[in-house]
Write a protein that binds this ligand. Structure first.
Ligand code: GDP
Length: 222
């Protein structure tokens, strides 16, 4: 007999938030946007997918994403500097079912304009609700990201609403439907905290893979 079992040590937080600062909103595709040189990571998903909850869990603040929800701000892209290391871009939720078709497509000019014309955009976190089939808007978004060639991290949200095997089966289905690699999908819950560290780790490794800011590309041969 050895002594009592030692509980496993909690893994260190891959993304400790030391500073978090609202920089400002972007309201139109040619409107104000940050002029910083920090890499940007954008978060996208349909309204109600759980984006605010995911962001609050990610940065471990209860009401961080509130600014993005104040009236007038929900249609804007809100930028936050995190640890002076990267800029988090909270994209407006798209495709709210209760508004008209015309209104639904409104997301496109701003979001597309931003995604296509952001020199420092390093990647995007695309959220999908575990219980829902991807909508037309979700597919349009993923097609756009593939076309632009933007590194994309897919997070499936609200996995606590299903049993573990059900959630795993849904992740498989979503991966198949969208022709994604199942291994690349992060199963997330703002309620249990599942996937929070995995997402943080994915963001950190994305940032670590970038060339240092301001450094010229390696010269080509010859
Ligand atoms: P947003 O519109 O994408 O920002 O979504 P919210 O974060 O406001 O979430 C929409 C609704 O889903 C709210 O009622 C949340 O409480 C709920 N919700 C968000 N994330 C989770 C989750 O991980 N688990 C559960 N059970 N509910 C969630």
């Amino acid at each position: 007999m050895t002594g009592p079992e030692v509980p496993p040590k909690a893994a260190p937080d891959p993304l400790v938030i030391r500073s978090l600062e609202f920089i400002g909103p972007m309201a139109t595709s040619d409107g104000w946007r940050p002029t910083n040189t920090l890499p940007e990571i954008a978060f996208a998903g349909r309204s109600n997918v759980g984006k605010s909850s995911l962001l609050n869990a990610l940065v471990r603040r209860k009401a961080f994403a509130r600014v993005s929800r104040t009236p007038g701000r929900t249609r804007e892209i809100n930028f936050f500097a995190v640890n002076q290391r990267f800029v988090l871009a909270d994209l407006p939720g798209y495709g709210y079912a209760r508004i008209s078709k015309e209104r639904q497509a409104e997301w496109r000019p701003l979001i597309e304009g931003y995604l296509r014309k952001s020199p420092v955009l390093a990647g995007i976190v695309q959220l999908l609700d575990v219980r829902r089939d991807p909508s037309d808007d979700d597919r349009q978004m993923l097609d756009l990201l593939a076309e632009i060639g933007l590194p994309t991290i897919v997070c499936v949200t609200k996995v606590d609403k299903l049993s573990k095997p059900q959630a795993a089966a849904r992740v498989k289905e979503i991966a198949r439907e969208l022709a994604l690699d199942e291994e690349q999908i992060i199963a997330f819950s703002a309620v249990t905290g599942a996937g929070r560290d995995e997402l943080a780790e994915a963001l950190v490794s994305l940032l670590d893979s970038l060339p240092p800011a301001g450094e010229p590309e390696a010269p080509s041969e010859g």
